[in-house]
Design a protein around this ligand. Structure first.
Ligand code: SAM
Length: 215
């Protein structure tokens, strides 16, 4: 994602602690307390401007969601969208790097993890930065319930191929694979991300996998 600095982003974020939770570490093990209802918690890592996680929260009021993003300039756009969307008691945002997930969430605190159009980091020497690298899978496994799910969409074939191998080598069970998601029938469960809209409008196939950690 090309980043333009947004003036006043940090201040705008700080002015909305009821949405962008400022003290993630203090809530470790106690995340349900920030939501109106105690219900299964899903996170999206690298949410960008938030369209997906907002759509998921609107569609699934029986689930709680946290949208995670590491940059202020992107987070502030997501925050603006949440404010526009109005009352969403089942959605919070968190500005952290995915590397810190295990400092923020307790073991088994999260039901499942969504990754959408994650940065591909095509150079082999940058492979460890890919959000489906083994090191990140370890973090997701630590914070999710036994048999928790990872759900991943991308337009990037090479990242998808890499991710299929990565999750399989890690020992996860593949539960679903789509090489052209939008050709599927009955897609009313699918919430499009900003990137998904952009790439599918250009006719590019969307790849998707659903993988489950072993108990
Ligand atoms: N998920 C959105 C979508 O599909 O439209 C945004 C995709 S964008 C290519 C990837 C986003 O992931 C960027 O906003 C980036 O800042 C964020 N990101 C990348 N690595 C991250 C990390 N380690 N921790 C948190 N966010 C990260």
């Amino acid at each position: 994602m090309r980043l333009r600095k947004v003036k006043g982003a940090a201040e705008t974020i700080a002015a909305h602690p009821e949405i962008v939770i400022p003290n993630g570490e203090a809530l470790k093990g106690n995340w349900q307390s920030v939501f109106e209802k105690d219900q299964p918690l899903y996170i999206e890592v690298g949410m960008g401007k938030g369209q997906f996680v907002i759509g998921m929260a609107q569609k699934n009021p029986h689930l709680n969601f946290i949208g995670i993003e590491k940059f202020d300039s992107v987070m502030v756009r997501a925050l603006e969208k949440v404010l526009e969307a109005g009352e969403l008691p089942n959605l919070k945002l968190l500005k952290i790097d995915a590397e810190d997930l295990t400092n923020i969430f307790e073991e088994n605190e999260v039901e499942g993890v969504y990754l959408n159009f994650s940065d591909p980091w095509p150079k082999p020497r940058h492979a460890k930065r890919r959000l489906t690298h083994e090191n990140f899978l370890k973090l997701y496994e630590h914070i999710t319930i036994p048999e928790g799910y990872l759900r991943f969409k991308t337009d990037n074939r090479l990242l998808f191929e890499y991710s299929l191998v990565s999750v399989t080598e890690y020992g996860m069970g593949l539960r679903d694979v789509a090489l052209d998601l939008h050709q599927r029938e009955d897609l009313d469960w699918n919430v499009m991300t900003e990137y998904e809209q952009k790439f599918s409008a250009k006719g590019q196939p969307i790849y998707r996998l659903e993988a489950q950690f072993k108990a």
